[in-house]
Structure formats: C-alpha cells, structure tokens
Write a protein that binds this ligand. Structure first.
Ligand code: ZN
Length: 183
C-alpha cells in the first residue's frame, strides 16, 4: 500500500493548522485588523458606524499593548461611554458582556481600560484628530438617507462616509489610538 497520500494529508493538516493559528493571532493582536474582522463586527453590531470601528481599534491596540507589557490571565475591560464602541471592543479585545469581562461606566469619555489578572493595566483613547475626522460621518450618513436611492447626490455622500470608514479601518494605529500603560 502506498503511504504517500497519508503523508500529504498529514502535511496538509499541519499547514492548515499553522495557517489557522496565524490567522487567529493576527485577528486578535494585529495593529490593523484583517478585513474579515469588520464583516463579523457589522454582523454583530447591526450596522457599520464610526463608533463600532473606533471601538475595534481601541480594543486591538489595548490588547496588543497588554501582551507587550507581559500581562497574563483573564482580561477585564472598562469603557467610559455607553455607545457603539462597546461592541467593537468586545469583539476586538475578546472581553464580552456574557463573560462578565466588560463593564460600561457612562461618563461620555471614549476611554478604554483593560485590567489583566496579572500585570499592568492599559488605557486606550481615540486621538483628537481621529475624532475630528470621524465625527462628520454620522451627519453625512443621515443626510444621505434623506435623498432618493440611486441619486448621484446620495451616492456622493455615501462615498464620503465610506472613505471615512476605510480610513478608520486602515490608518496606522498611532493616528487613531493613544495607548498608555497605567501601572
Ligand atoms: Zn453603531
């Protein structure tokens, strides 16, 4: 009996497992998340918006900073505004409400603090320039929805909103998030 197919199968499994692992790691800690992450976020959150995208960037940046600071064990998140970013944080940082791993304190601050079981806490905030850049997207999207479907005016506003979201998904981390190790 020829053993070769079995060897090929085994190496294919090893390669597939390796790829899956790399995909998993890059999904959790990459500075710039993979495009498929944002499909999952849209599905979970119900729409694409500046808030959920900002939450994702905060979550990824803070989680990676925790890892770099050598933190270990279960991570708990606190976010200081009850709004769309909370969903981006849950998915990007892996700190979910059902897992009692996120608390929301409604103080109108776009500030995330991650607290690990062992190691320093990390704080992440959205930069002022990113906030300024993202703010108009809500009014533009609202304006677009008032215009007839398929009209060139509506398409132009939708293009402007999409450009803001694309920037938010792909901009270098330091342009979007300020991360600080707290203690
Ligand atoms: Zn939203």
């Amino acid at each position: 009996m020829c053993r070769k197919p079995l060897i090929h199968l085994a190496s294919a499994v090893v390669v597939a497992l390796g790829l899956a692992l790399v995909a998993q790691i890059s999904l959790v800690w990459a500075a710039e998340p993979a495009p498929e992450f944002y499909d999952r976020l849209e599905q979970m959150h119900g729409h694409t918006c500046g808030g959920s995208l900002m939450g994702a960037r905060l979550g990824f940046a803070a989680r990676r900073a925790l890892q770099e600071a050598g933190a270990t064990g279960k991570v708990k998140a606190t976010y200081y505004d009850h709004s769309c970013p909370v969903d981006g944080i849950q998915l990007a940082a892996g700190t979910t409400y059902g897992n009692r791993a996120i608390e929301v304190v409604d103080r109108d601050e776009h500030r995330l603090v991650l607290t690990p079981a062992e190691g320093p806490r990390v704080e992440a905030r959205i930069t002022e320039s990113a906030l300024d850049r993202v703010k108009p997207s809500r009014a533009l999207a609202k304006e677009a929805r008032k215009l007839p479907q398929g009209s060139p005016e509506r398409a132009e506003l939708e293009r402007q909103v999409a450009a803001i979201f694309d920037w938010l998904r792909t901009a270098p981390e330091s342009d979007v998030v300020v991360v600080r190790v707290l203690d």
